[in-house]
Design a binder for this molecule. Structure first.
Ligand code: NAP
Length: 307
């Protein structure tokens, strides 16, 4: 049976990824959208989630694609209305609000999916399988990109709850928490916060696995020229490099073949599977590490940032 889905928040990620993935999916049919400014042809459009839920359009699921600061209320209303809900990453602005959504979904008997899209990058599953059989000695995460290129004009990323450089950085952490066989946690770190902003533009995290292996992460939004989204893991049996945000995998410098499918088609296939099985998938581990960074790191002020 085809699942009828609506999208709330027709911004960058909805247009770039969600709409094409839904249109290309056999499992879903896009029937409605809620947007203050945007629209999409051929579907029922509403101004906000209240108008959508109050309408007579029948749908089963909804993808929440707005900034995290405004996602909880919309997601809670949709769950209470009996809808299956996909949350773009990060699943919330606090761990407690995500826990509240989990409780609501359990009570309503609906599926809640915290969609960590980077976990569906083509090299991630093979990296996880390769690392599962090896001793982890050292992990280096380098996630450096140009905020002006990837987030032009977006202001919510700089506000409390927008996470600053952890908006992309949490993608790296979502991959690392997926591929490493051991839990890891923060020991120390630094957040660089522009004088005119409420969120960091760069961060360095010194973490460690429970087995004692160092996990160092460097996130920087001031990277011009080539962009870097790499995770390197030294093991007792060679070095694994996951690059291009998880899309490419190499062992000891030799590329390994990986699947060709995109992140969002795989993500929607997983969402359909969860709904079919009557399950939720809400891993809060990446958000917990970011929350810990705001708890545990030293904050230093750096130059003001202008778009
Ligand atoms: P965006 O384009 O700035 O915003 C998405 C949409 O949310 C806006 O177009 C607007 O939609 C609605 N919105 C924005 N501010 C709002 C506010 N204050 N109150 C209510 N609605 C608001 O953001 P985005 O880049 O798509 O990111 C949205 C989420 O997807 C974030 O959590 C982000 O981390 C995640 N994500 C983004 C990317 C990316 O490449 N940009 C990649 C993966 C995941 P309407 O005008 O339609 O109401």
């Amino acid at each position: 049976m085809t699942l009828r889905i609506a999208i709330v928040g027709l911004g960058k990620i909805a247009n770039d990824q969600h709409i094409p993935a839904i249109l290309g999916s056999d499992a879903f049919a896009l029937v409605a959208g809620a947007s203050h400014a945007g629209s999409y042809p051929g579907i029922a459009m509403f101004r906000d989630v209240d108008d959508l839920l109050g309408s007579d359009v029948a749908f089963d699921a909804v993808a929440m694609c707005q900034p995290p600061q405004v996602r909880f209320d919309a997601a809670a209303k949709a769950i209470r209305a009996g809808k299956h809900v996909l949350l773009e990453k990060p699943p919330g602005t606090t761990l407690a609000e995500v826990a509240a959504l989990v409780g609501l979904a359990e009570g309503a008997g609906t599926t809640l999916f915290a969609a960590w899209h980077s976990r569906f990058a083509s090299g991630v599953a093979d990296a996880r399988a390769w690392l599962a059989e090896r001793r982890i000695d050292r992990v280096r995460i380098v996630w450096k990109e140009d905020v002006r290129r990837w987030h032009p004009g977006q202001q919510w990323i700089w506000e409390p709850g927008g996470l600053g450089v952890f908006d992309p950085g949490i993608n790296a952490l979502s991959i690392a928490t997926r591929i490493l066989p051991d839990l890891f946690f923060l020991r120390d770190g630094t957040l660089e916060v522009p004088a005119n902003r409420a969120a960091p533009i760069a961060a360095e995290l010194d973490m460690v696995t429970v087995g004692g292996a160092p996990v160092n992460a460097v996130f920087d939004w001031r990277q011009e020229g080539p962009q870097t989204w790499d995770i390197t893991v030294d093991t007792d049996d060679g070095t694994m490099a996951l690059s291009h945000g998880g899309a490419q995998l190499a062992i000891d410098g030799t590329a390994r073949p990986v699947g060709a499918g995109g992140e969002y088609p795989a993500l929607y296939a997983h969402f359909a599977g969860l709904i079919g099985e009557g399950r939720s998938d809400v891993d809060r581990t990446p958000l917990r590490l970011v929350a810990d960074a705001f708890l545990r790191c030293r904050q230093v002020q750096v130059d003001a940032f202008t778009d």
